[in-house]
Design a protein around this ligand. Structure first.
Ligand code: NAP
Length: 322
């Protein structure tokens, strides 16, 4: 039997890592997920994958650990999804965010260059790199103007990925992904915070939900659609950085309105404004233009905004009802 195509996924315990691992395993790939050591490991997003998902211990802060895993696994694809990924935390812990989200990506690239340079590498970039963006929709030509230490760290990682492609000839792509959500999203992120609170309010477990800015607009897609795009990006003939987005933007209020309405509730009766949750520097609106990805990859999202909100609320209702 020939060698199965092999993927190494950092951040496998996160939202995107779990969807990506699931999809690759379903298509017959060998998947090795990088997990860092934790005193309280709780990999609930990947528990259902059992032994089919292999685990390797490494940390983005430790080049040696990454190098040794890459040399052992010799992957065809490396997906660098690990990051300190929560924007508000990046103001509280800007140096840690830089160490993990920026220099961590540098360590992954170095480990590939030194240990197994034939691997194709996906670097998880973000629409937060656009920040104070110009134009009505952002595409691959839009200049970056990040507005948080997280955005700045992602810009560094993205430019370094491009640089490793240009200076070392590695097959590296930078995905510029707009917000994507699911029932596996971390509870601190605003969409999941809303879907979970709406479910808990419906069940009488909580009365109110505190939110910061309600009028900021984001282009929200479904995480499983976006992880499909990551793999397609590594299967291109030539490496190219691409924007992945739905092309439609919605406000936080739109999300809350739909989430509460799904349960027969009015958001106005339960949402309280908390100025303490406002960001030091906000991004008012982000909306992506993924026409290049549609053209080159044939990629299109399958789940729309209403479907996404419904899916998240129903999952939280089932979870909280247990
Ligand atoms: P997530 O749920 O926050 O997952 C982050 C992952 O990184 C977790 O598995 C975490 O492990 C791991 N990690 C953190 N620090 C680490 C370290 N020092 N060493 C090794 N692993 C470490 O993020 P996500 O939503 O899946 O996003 C995946 C990637 O895409 C991230 O890089 C994110 O910044 C980027 N991105 C996300 C979005 C979005 O809307 N979701 C949009 C654009 C870009 P633990 O479980 O141990 O904490």
């Amino acid at each position: 039997m020939g060698r199965r195509p092999t993927a190494l996924v950092t951040g496998v315990t996160g939202q995107d890592g779990s969807f990506l691992a699931e999809q690759l395993l379903a298509d017959g790939w060998r998947v090795v997920g990088v997990q860092r050591r934790s005193a309280s490991p709780n990999p609930w997003r990947i528990a259902h994958l059992g032994d089919r998902l292999e685990r390797a211990s490494a940390d983005l802060l430790d080049l040696g650990s990454l190098l040794s895993v890459i040399q052992q696994v010799r992957p065809d694809h490396v997906y660098n999804l690990a990051a300190q990924s929560f924007v508000p935390t990046s103001w509280e812990q800007p140096l840690l965010t830089g160490e993990v989200t920026a220099l961590g990506a540098a360590r992954v690239l170095e480990a590939v260059r030194l240990g197994w340079p034939q691997a194709r590498v996906y670097q998880a970039g973000s629409s937060e790199m656009f920040g104070l963006a110009r134009g009505s929709a952002q595409n691959e030509q839009t200049p970056f103007h990040p507005r948080s230490p997280y955005g700045v760290a992602k810009v560094y990682a993205h430019h370094l990925a491009v640089n490793y492609r240009e200076s070392h000839g590695l097959f590296v792509v930078g995905g510029i992904l707009f917000n994507h959500e699911s029932e596996r999203r971390g509870e601190e992120f605003v969409t999941r915070k809303i879907s979970r609170a709406a479910a808990r309010i419906k069940l009488g477990l909580q009365q109110h939900l505190q939110l910061g800015a309600m009028d900021v607009r984001r282009d929200w897609g479904f995480a499983g659609d976006y992880t499909r795009a990551m793999r397609l990006m590594l299967e291109q003939d030539e490496p190219q950085d691409l924007v992945i987005a739905t092309g439609q933007d919605w406000s936080v209020q739109d999300f809350a309105e739909r989430a509460f309405a799904e349960l027969g509730l009015r958001w106005q009766d339960h949402v309280r404004h908390d100025p303490g949750l406002l960001r030091p520097a906000e991004i008012q609106r982000l909306c992506g233009d993924a026409s290049e990805a549609r053209r080159r990859l044939g990629w299109a999202p399958e789940i729309d905004f209403d479907g996404l909100v419904r899916r998240m609320v129903r999952a939280d209702l089932a979870r909280e009802g247990r």
